[in-house]
Design a protein around this ligand. Structure first.
Ligand code: FAD
Length: 320
């Protein structure tokens, strides 16, 4: 018998992030013919065609209060939807918001949580979730022993829904707030300019390390990124040296990324950096030291000075 799965959409600035489509893909596999619900919270929402994306039911909460992520409001609203839908599984993105919201909801409802899944096997009665452990060096399989439960999904790993478009039922939800809920609303959100492409959703990342040597040195990386439609990332070495903002940091204490292509420029490949990028589909390393550990995880390695190699790559890609 099919299951009811609830996806909590990952919204930024009123628009859905790609990981929502990936969660809808997973939800359809978990539902096994059952119903896939999606809850969308935000303000002045730009809603996609949810039927094509694999949803059967959409629960929309478009309200000025949801314009910025406010933990107590979001938690209350999601719990309201869960109580109406009664799902067996609730999916959140393993994003900045999802990592905060999912455990808060799970804790309030006394549910178990499986975090940061990168895949799921659905050929048995009970799904088996795959998640990385030991900073991405190994993978573990996890099975939930009771329902309902909460799962967070790592962006950029799972396929979106590719089945026939569905007919969607749209519901509106009215959540009532009291003063205590509103007391933590953020009045000002400072958005850091990290380039046009969101790092955690980027299909291509050009990343720089201490070998880039200065803030100005990063301009060669930005030029390549622009030609490729890529995001720019960095090692902690580069961030600590003040070459770029910590918002760009990739690794164990930075962002975890899984792009199709990761181009590491002047990055040695410390274990803490690999923790954030070693699951990238194709890794290209540019380093003047042939012994640099990054070459051990790279699919393609270029031994050379990045200030010669990167501009040549940019010039060649411009021709394509
Ligand atoms: P380096 O190790 O100094 O490497 C620079 C590289 O650039 C060298 O390999 C060099 O050969 C090459 N190079 C120099 N000039 C050129 C040139 N002109 N052309 C080509 N190559 C050149 N690090 C992270 O990145 N992310 C994290 O999240 C993170 N978390 C950490 C958490 C903890 C608890 C600790 C202890 C450390 C953490 N680190 C993290 C730091 C990590 O251990 C390394 O110190 C850091 O990744 C090194 O950055 P790097 O590779 O840019 O610098």
């Amino acid at each position: 018998m099919g299951k009811r799965i609830l996806v909590v959409a990952d919204v930024r600035n009123g628009a859905l992030r790609n990981v929502t489509n990936e969660m809808l893909g997973v939800a359809n596999r978990l539902a096994q013919g059952g119903a896939v619900h999606v809850a969308v919270l935000g303000h002045q929402l730009d809603l996609p065609d949810f039927g094509a994306a694999g949803a059967d039911d959409v629960w929309v909460m478009d309200d000025a209060h949801f314009g910025n992520y406010t933990p107590s409001l979001y938690r209350k609203a999601v719990i309201e939807v869960i109580q109406q839908v009664q799902p067996q599984v609730v999916l959140f993105a393993h994003s900045a918001v999802g990592k905060d919201l999912a455990p808060a909801v799970a804790m309030r409802l006394g549910l178990g949580q499986i975090s940061d899944i990168t895949d799921v096997e659905t050929d048995t009665e009970t799904p088996t979730f795959i998640r990385p452990i030991y900073a991405g060096k190994a993978f573990t399989k996890v099975v939930a022993t009771s329902e309902p439960y909460v799962v967070t999904v790592r962006p950029n790993n799972l396929a979106p829904y590719d089945g026939a478009p569905k007919t969607v039922n749209t519901h509106t939800v009215n959540v009532t707030f009291d003063d205590a809920d509103l007391s933590t609303i953020v009045r000002e959100v400072v958005r850091k300019a990290t380039g046009a492409v969101d790092l955690t959703e980027a299909k291509i990342i050009v990343s720089g390390g201490r070998g880039v040597k200065s803030e100005e040195g990063f301009s060669v990386l930005y030029e390549l990124a622009e030609v490729l439609g890529a995001a720019v990332g960095a090692s902690r070495g580069a961030c600590d040296a003040g070459y770029c903002d910590y918002a760009l940091q990739i690794g164990q204490t930075g962002k975890v990324v899984t792009p199709d292509l990761y181009i590491a420029c002047g990055i040695s490949g410390a274990i803490q950096h690999l923790a954030g990028m070693s699951n990238s589909k194709v890794i290209v390393a540019i380093n003047k030291d042939p012994e640099a550990p990054i070459f051990q995880v790279a699919d393609y390695g270029i031994v050379g000075d990045l200030f010669e190699v990167v501009p040549q790559l940019t010039a060649e890609f411009k021709k394509v």
